[in-house]
Design a protein around this ligand. Structure first.
Ligand SMILES: [Zn+2]
Ligand SMILES: [Zn+2]
Length: 126
């Protein structure tokens, strides 16, 4: 696959030096997954995407393992969710932390509403 890339001036995130990412560097690249050891192709299109994101490092994992890692993170987050009853509106909600009994918990809507609202002038006695 040949794609038309132009030379690009980039700035190193690490040292701040300017460098040129030449058009010829965006070629499909064979990499080895750190996770499963399988070879995978880092396509020129993906390299372009990485560059746009400001990521200058090669991917360490094959797309499959990246997908798996993403799913695992999502699952871990989901497993960490706790069912609560919103202290404000009484609706069932989920929070990503262990709720404390001495602290009010809010559903996402009430949490957002409270965060954007100015704090009350006087705090109620504990
Ligand atoms: Zn892999
Ligand atoms: Zn609520």
């Amino acid at each position: 696959m040949t794609m038309a890339f132009a030379d690009k001036s980039l700035t190193c995130r690490e040292c701040g030096n300017a460098f040129v990412w030449t058009a010829g560097e965006q070629e499909d690249k064979s990499l080895t997954c750190r996770e499963c050891g399988n070879a995978f192709v880092w396509t020129a299109g993906e390299q372009e995407f990485y560059q746009q994101k400001g990521l200058l490092h090669e991917p360490q994992r094959c797309p499959d393992c990246r997908k798996k890692a993403k799913a695992e993170r999502a699952a871990a987050r989901a497993a960490n969710m706790h069912d609560v009853i919103c202290s404000n509106c009484g609706k069932p909600a989920q929070v990503p932390f262990e709720p404390r009994t001495d602290r009010p918990v809010y559903c996402s809507e009430c949490f957002e509403a409270r965060r954007s609202a100015p704090p009350p002038a006087a705090a109620p006695p504990a």
